[in-house]
Design a protein around this ligand. Sequence first.
Ligand code: ZN
Length: 393
Amino acid sequence: MILQFHVRCFILAYMSIATKILKLPFLRLNRAKADEFSRLQVLNTQTANAILVMPKAQRRLLTTKAFAHVEIGSAWMNQTIRHANARTTVQRFQALPLETGHQNWTLHKVGETYSMAFGLRRGIKKRLPLAVHQASHQQWLDAILEGRASPGTVKLWCSRKGLWYACLAVSMEVPDAEPTGRWMGIDRGQNVPLAAATPDGPVLFWKAKRLRHIRRVYAGRRQQLQAAGKHHAVQKLDRHEGRIITHINHGLSKDVVALAQRCGAGIRLEDLSDIRAHAKQRQTTTNDAGQNRDAWPFFQLEQFIIYKAQLAGVAVEKVPAAYTSKSCHHCGALGTRKKHAFACRRCDYHAHADANAAQNIRDWHGLCCPLVLEAPADGAHGLPPNTVRDSAA
Ligand SMILES: [Zn+2]
């Protein structure tokens, strides 16, 4: 017994939980079922709003018994009560999707078709097929069926086009990445969206032309629509652009993680948590959506890289972003960058600016203040003020 306990602790210490939401459309959902979903969502929203008008003390004591007269199954009502109690700032729900916990639905696979069974109405359980097109989604669903992943809540969600989806939360224990000394440096470039410095030397770039084009076209259309006062159209445009960007970010992050796996290296990223406050951009750059770094949702890309790396067992480390683009990869001095070109006056190193930055991230040694070597003041040590001078320097 004791031995078993120790073994379990040992395993737990080296595992972490990866969670993903799979958004899967129902396959060939007929009109009658779609109408039933809509009707029950309206009923669910009305019930939740009825709860919201109750005094808080009374609300907290509610159980599903109080809703025995409602057509929706108690497993779903349970979540509705929770939502109404959790969102105390909400005055009224516009639409509250139906949601239920992991015990109240089951997943099935017959041939290549996945389906889920649940009882949305009291006492009536139905099995509905799901449309699963992506290989990664299939892997997650197979992991649930084989007991390697745990199913979480299910939410029934309707898109603006009127298509119904099941949003399933799935979580899986994944082993922590092995500690590594081999790193691949990823830079969010100013000229290219991504530059990756591989551990053995070459720097790879992901082309930006298409991305810039998308940003510019959408920024232009947005301006026109805003000028015309068409705010709903602006929102629609933003959502559309967001979907394209998410799609591109999924592709980019997948490539990055696959490259790191091929190189047998971990991924080093810039820590961008406070970069917007520090990084200066020229006014002309900020006005151009295609060039503006803030406009590119790098944060989302970073999140995608981190969770894909976690699933693939690839280590991820964040290094301070300061000076990664300004320092010379060759000698560490501050250099100058003009568009694509980085130049170091001290050692005459010339390189592509984004490649230089990616290499600095890859070979980061824990130095977060720059060596001002190119212009040592009155022949002194060349370190910035307040730096403790190394006796070997
Ligand atoms: Zn240099």
